[in-house]
Design a protein around this ligand. Structure first.
Ligand code: 5GP
Length: 144
């Protein structure tokens, strides 16, 4: 998928937002929803998506929604830090398939990092087990 095009409301994150697909929810308010990535590149890999806009990527998010959304990204990252006490946190976001994007509803990745532990390769990691994700969502959610 290119950088520009129509928003497809059948994408998995749109389904999660509508409650048509499950997620391990970490945090939700009127602006954003945060949930566990089911193919995590590190323990605690969390995604934060905007709720209102049908934006495929950051470039399409209405400018007045960027600030409120980024506030939630920071807030969830702070919760990840408090819950899991990593040595670092990688925060990244891809725009368009050539840049690595695979789900076309805007999202930021929050990836806790530990000294000496390599991050998994994006798109090449196995699905995490549900009990682990449920516990992480609970722990991080309590710290947000
Ligand atoms: P992207 O490649 O678009 O930056 O990131 C999409 C992310 O969504 C990937 O890290 C992938 O593991 C994650 N993902 C794909 N399908 C699902 C799903 O059904 N549920 C959840 N929670 N994450 C998903």
């Amino acid at each position: 998928m290119s950088l520009h095009g129509a928003y497809d409301d059948a994408n998995i994150f749109a389904k999660i937002l509508r409650g048509e697909a499950p997620c391990f929810k970490v945090y939700e308010d009127d602006v954003a929803l945060a949930f566990m990535d089911i193919f995590p590149v590190s323990r605690g890999h969390t995604l934060v998506i905007p709720k209102r806009a049908a934006a495929r990527n950051l470039l399409e998010l209405p400018t007045d929604e960027v600030g409120p959304y980024m506030t939630r990204v920071q807030r969830v990252a702070q919760g990840v830090e408090r819950a899991l006490t990593p040595d670092g946190v990688s925060i990244f976001q891809f725009n368009g398939a050539p840049a690595g994007q695979t789900v076309f509803h805007l999202h930021f990745h929050i990836v806790p990092r530990w000294e000496g532990v390599a991050m998994g390769q994006h798109g090449k990691t196995p699905m995490a087990d549900k009990e682990t994700l449920a516990q992480l969502a609970k722990d991080i959610g309590a710290a947000v």
